[in-house]
Design a protein around this ligand. Structure first.
Ligand SMILES: Cc1cc2nc3c(=O)[nH]c(=O)nc-3n(C[C@H](O)[C@H](O)[C@H](O)COP(=O)(O)OP(=O)(O)OC[C@H]3O[C@@H](n4cnc5c(N)ncnc54)[C@H](O)[C@@H]3O)c2cc1C
Length: 403
């Protein structure tokens, strides 16, 4: 019997546990999370905030897997340090656990505001269930919230708050919203949708300070000198790797290549291994982007699951390789659906890059080709997005045939 330790009960950790439970039913599989709950589907947090799903639906996913796989799951257990050489993990409760294989699947941690007053009550990041519970306490119809950052989690939260009858001011550092996942016309379409739903967008304006105000509100000062009193502020400026295990506590030894920390995450090989018997998967891992052909973190639910499954196979002693992921995002803004993948913008036009774009009454589509091979797309509009599946498969085929 072998002992496996999985740190982190997100999609990466649970996917690995599932594979291990199937392939090595006789082994001990220990799954720990520093959160005090059974695992839940993080992607659904905004739907929980909105009231579209209840607590039971949020947790159902993790409960089912733990039951089906009969996993030894421990909540509220925080890993502090990993000894890659001896495959040991030190925990906050004083435990020192040694295992034959270890998976680091500790996900990501949202960046925190650095401006004065950035740690006041009422300023939130949304990463875990507890954040959602705390936010709910300040959500009231007719209230006003500010959202700093115009990325995916910010906009999913914005929709949830708006559906609850809350007024929103959106502060986007860049001149356009969703700039990582949409091109200029796509951003324009998204911005128009927000404005039509009474969201005030402040491009280029930033929040520079916060103070406590009467009735538990916050007084925000912006980069233009404007003052704004709000019920809450959601700070959504991205995620760094790994949650509470700080990079300098990974016990990383760059010289020997054990647990090498790079590009703000754990660098893994194609087996998802970062040291002998130690694996990393999900938002914490630096993996290969099949489209850009560069290493980087790919903080997405499906890719976390793919990597976790590959790690699980290798932990079970069945060699398996992960060739890399394709960044793909889908979301809906007040009933208008978007999906984009791979390269969203033209690279160098002279170098064989081409774009085919069409705008119709029902949507927008932009296809990016390099030397006549599809490398990315943006689709918007409820019927237009139906093309996404075959296009994504085509990109994957093109990437795998040349990797
Ligand atoms: C609100 C929201 C909406 C999202 N929407 C989408 C979406 O629509 N589509 C999409 O693809 N992605 C979405 N994402 C991103 C997606 O949820 C993540 O990419 C995915 O959850 C990553 O999975 P993971 O297993 O790597 O890490 P996580 O899900 O972050 O899980 C990490 C686990 O590690 C545990 N942990 C961390 N540190 C320690 C420690 N020191 N000791 C013990 N345990 C620890 C945590 O408790 C947790 O159990 C969203 C994320 C959020 C927050």
């Amino acid at each position: 019997m072998r002992r496996h330790l999985i740190i982190g009960a997100g999609n990466a950790g649970l996917s690995a546990a599932r594979v291990l439970a199937r392939l090595r039913p006789e082994d001990e599989i220990r799954l720990v999370s520093h959160e005090p709950w059974v695992p839940y589907c993080r992607c659904l947090l905004t739907y929980f905030l909105e009231g579209a799903i209840d607590r039971e639906q949020l947790f159902n996913w993790g409960e089912q897997i733990i039951k089906e796989c009969r996993l030894n799951y421990q909540a509220g257990k925080t890993a502090l340090e990993i000894d890659f050489e001896n495959r040991r993990v030190r925990f906050a409760d004083g435990d020192l656990i040694r295992a034959d294989t270890i998976l680091v699947a500790t996900g990501g941690e949202p960046k925190k505001p650095a401006f004065p007053g950035g740690d006041l009550p009422g300023i939130f990041t949304l990463r875990c269930f507890n954040d959602a519970l705390q936010m709910q306490k300040r959500m009231r119809p007719g209230g006003l919230w500010a959202i700093a950052g115009a990325g995916l989690v910010s906009l999913k939260t914005l929709v949830a708050l708006r559906e609850k009858g809350i007024e929103i001011e959106l502060f986007a550092t860049s001149k356009r919203i969703l700039s990582q996942v949409l091109d200029r016309p796509g951003s324009k379409l998204a911005a128009a949708r927000l404005k039509a739903n009474r969201v005030k967008i402040n491009p280029g304006e930033e929040i520079v300070a916060a103070q406590a105000a009467a009735e538990q509100k916050l007084l925000l000062t912006t980069s233009t000198g404007r003052e704004l009193t709000v019920d809450g502020l959601l700070y959504g400026k991205g995620v760094t790797a790994c949650g509470p295990i700080a990079a300098d506590n990974w016990g990383a030894d760059e010289a020997s290549g054990k647990g090498a920390a790079g590009a703000d995450g754990l660098v893994v090989d194609r087996r998802q291994a970062c040291a002998e018997g130690v694996y990393a998967a999900g938002d914490v891992a630096v993996v290969y982007d099949l489209v850009s052909r560069r290493p980087g973190r790919m903080p997405l639910w499906p890719t976390a699951g793919e990597q976790g499954a590959v790690a699980g196979f290798n932990m079970a002693g069945r060699p398996c390789l992960y060739y890399g992921g394709i960044s793909c995002n889908s979301f809906s803004l007040f009933g208008l659906d978007f999906i984009s993948a791979g390269f969203r913008k033209l690279q160098a036009a002279a170098d064989g890059w081409q774009r085919q774009s069409t705008s119709t009454d029902v949507g927008y589509s932009s296809l990016i080709y390099h030397q006549n091979e599809l490398k990315g797309f943006i689709l918007a509009g409820n019927r237009t997005i139906l093309k996404a599946g075959p296009l994504l498969a085509e990109i994957k085929r093109n990437c795998l045939s040349c990797s």
